[in-house]
Write a protein of this length. Structure first.
Length: 655
């Protein structure tokens, strides 16, 4: 018993005490490291989270810059608008809230759920997630009236784009719409609900027009009630831009094309500024900023007249006899013809087993280059085309800017097509033929151009050969993109032939003669189908969609001012009567100050009374085998499977 109670038996083992001490020390060090990690290493992170719970960031939308015409008329402005946002942190029942929003706005619940799911990762829980970008006042009143029952819904104030002339300038200005995912990824300054330019100048000038958003810090309590506000940056309005467009000329061009499809361009040949760029039919740009429904979009997309297409820059057409101005210049440049050389036109040219006819079946008799342009003699240019050959015609046309975009500040511009031996072999797997030289010489076959390309070429003939980038901004420095290969003397010969085409009573452009103004022009009637005997017998009663396109390209000079005017009317039949009245009206406005519509008999009596949409519904049963279309007017550079067969290319006569 004594041994059991001895002091030595009650001492704790030394190694056990040491282990306990190390265990306590280890735990202390672990807590110390954890404390350092949370307080020091992650301190800024938690501080930011704490501030985010206390402070909310509200972005202030900057007003988009105004767009004005060259005389200061407002074209695009801003008006108050309201969006609906959802603050997830304040919302007790998100599914029920989305269902209520669907009920109030008539937006399908599936659509709202898709918007919410797609944008949730991009927006912080205390920031409003935009569900509806545009609300009317009736819906705003309903939401505000039940805000207590549906916490988390927030009305956001912003501006909305308004176009004062929605239809008139839709192809020039374009429109704005909510930024999509790819646009936000490409531009870090964009956030959910921002509006960006989608088409036209709104797209090309977006960075100048958008401005910079401001920021406001709002202090809130645990219930979300605002306690104080602090402005951290004022919104900076976008730049105000003056366009080169003259609103009055633009209005006149649209009136002249009312009920038709086509384009009108007025251009300063020395500066490259475009004073009018008209494309008809058009659409209302406000439809997109106000929110386009699926039905409205389907109607625009499926319209047989393609109102979304900018016919001045995005549509390409056979140029017809307007192209003779390029072929004549090519003959001068390569020295294969003297302007005084004559050709006898009997009304046709035989090539192998084919006969290529002149538009004037009885022939023009003996013609030189000047008279061939004045009266648009096909036979003269058939023979000139055979001398030049496709290689030289193609190279010269490309040097004059055809076959490539002009560079105008509008998206999706088409470059047209100037065919070559190599192109045809690659495209169809067959060689170029001699007959195709003749077709090319009168602007038919595979050749397709845009109205803007024709305007730029005429401008180069006038300004010393400079190919200018067409400009839509007033005062923008002229940009030279090339030089046409003509000497001043050769360019003057082409110009004077255009003047004679107007002043000579036999000229195909005599109807645009304007007292006191030096006017030069060239007409063109471009076939869109191969003319069958049945179509020839129908004459001017041929169905709308089988009619020739009507061209007139010209200029006017007076008192140091000069302008290029180009008009193209789809299926307008004859250049003189279809496009001539449009050019005449624009010249009267530019030099005589007459901006009213001309009398009906001058405006072209051959235009049918029914609408273009109705004319497109021509009875197909009249043609057991519908004529094969020529190169398409819409969508680029792919022509028909075969070139135009021999047949009349011009149906013009002095008016």
């Amino acid at each position: 018993m004594k041994n059991l109670l001895s002091g030595s038996s009650q001492n704790m083992p030394r190694h056990g005490a040491t282990l306990l001490q190390f265990l306590v020390l280890g735990l202390f060090c672990l807590f110390l490291v954890r404390l350092w990690y949370l307080q020091i290493h992650l301190g800024p992170v938690f501080t930011e989270k704490s501030r985010n719970n206390q402070l909310r960031i509200e972005y202030l939308f900057a007003p988009r810059g105004f767009l004005r015409d060259r005389n200061g008329e407002l074209l695009a402005v801003n008006e108050p608008a309201f969006a609906l946002g959802l603050v997830r942190e304040d919302c007790d029942d998100i599914p029920a809230t989305l269902a209520k929003v669907s009920e109030l706005t008539d937006i399908p619940l599936e659509r709202l759920q898709e918007i919410y799911a797609r944008n949730k990762p991009k927006v912080k829980s205390f920031e409003p997630l935009v569900l509806v970008p545009d609300l009317n006042f009736e819906t705003i009143a309903k939401i505000e009236g039940m805000s207590v029952r549906w916490p988390g819904l927030e009305i956001l104030s912003r501006t909305r784009r308004k176009y004062n002339y929605g239809h008139l300038l839709s192809h020039v200005l374009g429109y704005v719409s909510e930024a999509n995912e790819s646009e936000m990824q490409a531009d870090p300054t964009l956030s959910l609900g921002d509006f960006v330019g989608k088409q036209g100048l709104e797209n090309r000038l977006d960075s100048r027009l958008r401005g910079a958003k401001g920021k406001r810090l709002i202090e809130v309590d645990v219930t979300g009630r605002r306690l104080s506000e602090e402005q951290q940056g004022e919104p900076k309005a976008g730049e105000e831009v003056f366009l080169s467009i003259d609103l009055g000329l633009q209005q006149l061009g649209h009136k002249m094309l009312e009920g038709k499809s086509g384009a009108v361009i007025v251009m300063d040949p020395d500066s490259g500024e475009v004073h009018a760029l008209v494309s008809e039919p058009s659409y209302d740009s406000n439809m997109f900023t106000n929110g386009l429904s699926s039905a409205q979009w389907a109607q625009l997309r499926d319209d047989p007249l393609h109102p979304l297409q900018n016919r001045a820059t995005q549509s390409v057409y056979p140029p017809g006899s307007v192209f003779k101005l390029i072929i004549a210049a090519a003959g001068l440049h390569y020295g294969v013809v003297d302007p005084k050389d004559t050709v006898t036109c009997t009304g046709e040219v035989a090539l192998g087993s084919h006969v290529f006819r002149c538009w004037k079946h009885s022939g023009h008799g003996t013609v030189d280059m000047r008279r061939a342009l004045v009266e648009s003699c096909d036979v003269y240019f058939y023979r000139l085309g055979m001398k030049l050959g496709v290689d030289r015609m193609s190279a010269f046309a490309k040097a004059c800017g055809f076959g490539s975009p002009t560079g105008i500040d509008l998206p999706h511009e088409k470059g047209g097509l100037i065919a070559s031996r190599e192109w045809k072999l690659k495209r169809f797997g067959v060689r170029w033929t001699k007959g195709e030289d003749l077709n090319m010489s009168i602007g038919q076959g595979y050749t397709v151009t845009s109205p803007l390309q024709v305007a730029r070429y005429i401008a180069a003939v006038l300004n010393g050969g400079k190919l200018l980038k067409p400009s839509l901004i007033k005062g923008e420095p002229a940009t030279v993109t090339g030089q046409i290969p003509l000497t001043p003397q050769q360019a003057e010969l082409v110009k004077q032939a255009m003047v004679a085409t107007v002043e000579d009573p036999r000229g195909t452009c005599h109807r645009v003669l304007t007292p006191g103004v030096v006017v030069g022009a060239k007409t063109g009637s471009a076939q869109v189908v191969r003319l069958t005997e049945e179509l020839r017998r129908m004459g001017d009663s041929v169905p709308y969609k089988y009619r020739d396109h009507a061209w007139m390209a010209g200029f006017g000079e007076q008192g140091g001012k000069r302008y290029v005017v180009v008009a193209m009317v789809e299926h307008g039949m004859h250049g003189a009567s279809g496009a001539g009245p449009v050019v005449k009206a624009m010249l009267n406005a530019l030099f005589l100050g007459k901006r009213e519509l001309p009398p009906q008999d001058i405006a072209g009596a051959e235009s049918p009374a029914e609408s273009p949409a109705a004319r497109l519904e021509a009875v197909e049963t009249q043609f057991p085998e519908p004529p094969q279309p020529m190169p398409p007017s819409f969508g680029g550079d792919r022509p028909a499977q075969e070139p135009l067969r021999p047949g009349p290319s011009e149906q013009e006569a002095p008016q």
